[in-house]
Design a protein around this ligand. Structure first.
Ligand code: CO8
Length: 264
């Protein structure tokens, strides 16, 4: 891969978007690589959490940018048809981040602008360094957030705040992003990866199959009416009751010992 780095250790995959000369902006090649690597990761039993982050800039500053957006140099001459193709090229890996059985955490180490904020929003959980900056600057470029931003931002922070951010293109800092519910946690920049890995380890210590089924239940139920959603949940609950982890988890509780959870 030219623009992504993958490191796997302790059941955690750290996936780093690395385009130092463009503040990790997402071009077609990066989106294709992301799609391939997420397909590969989804098939791996030795990965239970994916942490997505941005690489250092060309001056080797690791906290400059998470992702500074979609690649403006690539988009500048797009026809309407090419723009649609580009949008759909992003939709596939973004849906993988959202729906893959592994948990996905965005570790946001600087600028999360436009497509950068949008890729973070496709992840399950967002942890921001205190210096991170968020914005949807697209309308200032004469376009709209086209990597799911008009949809996911409103779902995360509510329609009023999403409209304000998208119509004004205002930058917000990490503290404001936390206040409005755009990120789960804000930490000192030097602690970003440790915090993300600690959260990943905590998630891994739970029943991994149960976590992935819970993720599916939350995602699938979100757009359903409550009656069908609760019925869908009951069906998935039934499936978790057929697992080793359910027997072991409950037996361990009754025997007052630590559970050894193993299912994926
Ligand atoms: N695309 C391409 N190159 C970029 C981008 C980008 N989004 N962001 C930065 N770069 C490049 C710069 O051109 C520059 O390259 P070079 O050194 O060759 O001139 C290099 O990265 C460093 O950037 P700067 O010199 O500008 O660094 P500064 O510290 O001065 O500024 C900023 C940093 C504030 C982040 C500034 O670079 C900036 O404003 N970048 C653009 C941010 C932006 O507008 N992002 C949104 C882009 S639009 C988008 O994401 C749409 C998503 C949906 C698309 C849907 C399509 C269907």
């Amino acid at each position: 891969m030219n623009n992504l780095k993958l490191e796997v250790a302790d059941q955690i995959a750290v996936l780093t978007i690395s385009r130092p000369g463009a503040l990790n902006a997402l071009n077609s090649e990066t989106l294709d690589e992301l799609n391939s690597v997420l397909t590969e990761i989804e098939g791996r039993d030795d990965v239970k959490v994916v942490i997505l982050t941005g690489g250092p800039d060309k001056k080797d500053n690791p906290y400059k940018s998470f992702v500074a957006g979609a690649d403006i140099a690539e988009m500048v001459n797009f026809s309407a048809a090419e723009a649609r193709t580009f949008g759909m090229k992003a939709a596939e890996p973004f849906f993988k981040l959202m729906n893959m059985r592994q948990v996905t955490i965005a570790a946001i180490n600087g600028f999360a602008l436009g497509g950068g904020c949008e890729i973070a929003m496709a992840c399950d959980i967002r942890i921001a360094a205190e210096n991170a900056t968020f914005a949807q600057p697209e309308t200032g470029l004469g376009i709209i957030p086209g990597f799911g931003g008009t949809q996911r931002l409103a779902r995360l922070v509510g329609m009023g705040r999403a409209k304000e951010l998208i119509f004004t293109c205002d930058n917000i800092d990490a503290a404001e992003a936390y206040r409005i519910g755009l990120v789960n946690k804000v930490v000192a920049k030097e602690e970003l990866m440790d915090t993300a890995k600690k959260m990943a380890s905590k998630i891994i210590s739970k029943g991994s199959y149960a976590v992935s089924i819970a993720k599916a239940a939350i995602n699938n139920g979100y757009d359903m009416d409550i009656k069908n959603a609760v019925e869908m949940e009951a069906n998935l609950f039934g499936i978790t009751c057929s697992t080793h982890d359910k027997t072991e988890g409950m037996t361990a509780f009754l025997e007052r010992r630590a559970a050894e959870l193993t299912d994926f």
